[in-house]
Write a protein that binds this ligand. Sequence first.
Ligand code: SNW
Length: 288
Amino acid sequence: MITLNFRPAALVAAAVAALLALSGCAGSSTASSTSANNPYGLIEPGTIRVASLGDSKPYTFTDSSGNFTGFDVELFKDVAHRAGVDKVVFTGQDFSGLLAAVSNGQFDVGVAAIGITDKRKQTVDFSNGYLAGYLTVITTKTSGIKDVGGLNGKRLGVVQGTLQEAYAVKNFPSAQLVRFPDNNTAISAVNSGAVDAHFLDYEAAKAYKDQFGLVSAADIPSFDAPAGFAIAKNKPAFKDALNKGLAAAMEDGTWKKLYQKWFPGSPMPEQYLPKAEQTSSPSPTASK
Ligand code: SNW
């Protein structure tokens, strides 16, 4: 017969260890794995930590009280709610560090009009797409830049790590690229004359045009890289829940309502509308 001769403290410790092992929370290294109370494998059960941007109006930005808002923010909160999570904490990051911060587990998800590309899929997983539009070059009224040809020899701002940077490297070889950590810094440089133009997302460009009297010199379609929510790889339950929530938000008109709220006057894309409102098989070129 085996004599169980544990001291009480050891017994408690053994019981706690057994419970932790059962609940999948044995030690910090497995804190974000899935378990009954943490089906999505969140860093902190019941809370979604979002890496985002504070200056990408109207996608994601902070309002005058410092709260995150915008199309992507409201859409993500709605989707998270459908997935059963109402505690969603947004943190502003530099765009260049955003995907790495998601993949290494500092955040549960990245939400910032992040275009889905094969290259980025090497670092993170993506939800289904929820927005497809243009990339825009904006400049001052007096720069003389009227189209992409006008960028030759000019100083063009891009935010580091964006699709705009990659596009400019490939397609504007005779422009002098100036890399910025964020849009606000780049736009300040346009306004001060330190750069001649800045290359950013269409709707963000619109907001800066209105604010500073800047003008568009080119709109470049980016329909092949619709924005998605970026999540760490190997979180199938989380990804599934986000995709289900997204589909539901599109089907019940929530997506449409948010689109009209944040992008007033922009042509309504069809592919994210309720099925009954889609006229034909939607093509990417119909999206803006
Ligand atoms: O590829 C587009 C997409 O079609 C939609 O217009 C939303 O923006 C994009 O995802 C491109 N966004 C840039 C990127 O993914 C910049 C993101 C940012 O500045 N927040 O690199």
